[in-house]
Design a protein around this ligand. Structure first.
Ligand SMILES: Cc1cc2nc3c(=O)[nH]c(=O)nc-3n(C[C@H](O)[C@H](O)[C@H](O)COP(=O)(O)OP(=O)(O)OC[C@H]3O[C@@H](n4cnc5c(N)ncnc54)[C@H](O)[C@@H]3O)c2cc1C
Length: 378
């Protein structure tokens, strides 16, 4: 067993860390405060190969693997969680198109996602009435001569207003999960309407919108993967996506922990640094231990995926543990900061707001536990 990263993984990690700390971190508070979508930063991530880390080089990606992707995601999230989620979905979209797309689809979309020509990619699965249960979706795709007509509404779509390409799931067959297909729809397509931007607790620099498809006609070659085979694509994409969200949560948790340590060493009460009180030390010990365990789980799931081994259960384990450990770490960081932790003077409050959604999106904690239990009990 070898816990060392290889040279390529270390290079990706260091590249992401340098860019995150020097360029992204100084802007993170303003991105949050002004709800500023980070166009320029994303362009920079594209130039560094961080928008398509696990996409083949022939399609413009870095081909650096899933472990490298997890490391890069953690570094970016450590600086700015809003940027990280945008990066996560773009990587997921590029990867899924490279894997399931026709050569023409992959050659059109992957290089543009990889180099940041398109600001982002988007993944449109959820609907107002179908979140944990995407099999209940109501968006339809109707066959017409030469193409398909999409009708319906998608909810919560990350980067939906800015993405160059959107992967859209729609019902082409009967009820349930069997009659769902996948389509690629480009930005500004006729019949694609961008709706309200969600006013969120955190990740305020990320863009989250509803998308309405109103008689939206796409050509035959917009069908992505097999007809009625879309649900399988969604589930496979989410297995990988959950590794990304686990890695994002770890990054936010580590940022909160780092700041708590600095503050605890500096803040004096009762004539000494609060870091000298055992209550504070134990909080720091618990966050350090829990985030370290999260990292092991995330890297193990990433390693399994990289070696094309089954990783669905491990991805869910990584996601549920990492997100909940990171929420606890961010909560402790606010506690260690005392009253100052409850103000915008310190980043602790932003981390707590940003991290909370990691227990909800790409499958809630309850759904992760259902996935794990189903596999354990089978
Ligand atoms: C900021 C943000 C960004 C997002 N980005 C995207 C995106 O880019 N693309 C996309 O497609 N979606 C996206 N989503 C949607 C997200 O994946 C869903 O919100 C999530 O899957 C939960 O669905 P829901 O909100 O409808 O909650 P519901 O499914 O209604 O769940 C409500 C509660 O019931 C629980 N519950 C539901 N079913 C069960 C069950 N069987 N057993 C036990 N408990 C259950 C849930 O765990 C939860 O606690 C995003 C969401 C947010 C908040």
């Amino acid at each position: 067993m070898d816990f060392e990263l290889d040279d390529g993984q270390r290079l990706v990690q260091q590249t992401a860390r340098d860019y995150a700390q020097k360029t992204i971190l100084p802007q993170a508070a303003a991105i949050d405060r002004e709800e500023r979508f980070p166009f320029e930063i994303l362009k920079g991530l594209g130039e560094l190969g961080l928008l398509a880390v696990n996409v083949p080089a022939a399609l413009g990606g870095s081909e650096a693997g899933v472990v490298a992707y997890s490391l890069a995601m953690t570094e970016v999230a450590r600086a700015c969680a809003s940027t990280a989620v945008t990066m996560a979905v773009t990587n997921m979209v590029g990867e899924v198109i490279a894997k399931f797309g026709t050569p023409a689809q992959a050659e059109r979309h992957c290089p543009r996602l990889a180099d940041g020509t398109w600001a982002a990619g988007a993944f449109a699965l959820s609907e107002p009435g179908a979140g944990s249960d995407p099999g209940g979706m109501r968006t339809t795709a109707r066959k017409v001569d030469g193409g398909w007509v999409l009708d319906g509404q998608k909810a919560w779509i990350t980067s939906g207003a800015h993405a160059g390409v959107i992967v859209v799931w729609a019902r082409t067959g009967g009820p349930g999960t069997a009659g769902i297909s996948c389509f690629l729809v480009e930005k500004d397509h006729k019949g694609l309407l961008v709706g309200k931007h969600e006013d969120k607790l955190g990740l305020r620099g990320s863009n989250t919108v509803t998308l309405t498809f109103d008689d939206c006609e796409v050509p035959d070659d917009a069908l992505f993967g097999e007809l009625d085979g879309g649900f399988k694509i969604a589930m496979m994409a989410l297995d990988g996506g959950r590794i990304g969200i686990a890695s994002q949560a770890i990054g936010i948790g580590l940022a909160a922990l780092d700041e708590a340590i600095v503050y605890a060493k500096d803040r004096q009460q009762f004539g000494k640094a609060i870091a000298e009180f055992q209550a504070i030390q134990w909080m720091i010990a618990d966050s350090t231990t829990e985030l370290s365990a999260a990292r092991m789980l995330a890297l193990r799931a990433a390693w399994l995926k990289e070696h094309t081994r089954p990783h669905s259960r491990e991805a869910s384990m990584a996601k549920v543990w990492a997100s909940e450990a990171a929420v606890r770490a961010c909560n402790r960081s606010v506690q260690i900061h005392g009253g100052y932790g409850y103000t915008r003077e310190f980043a602790a409050e932003r981390h707590l707001r940003d991290v909370r959604v990691s227990m909800i999106y790409e499958g809630t904690s309850e759904i992760q536990r259902t996935v794990i239990a189903r596999q354990v009990l089978r």
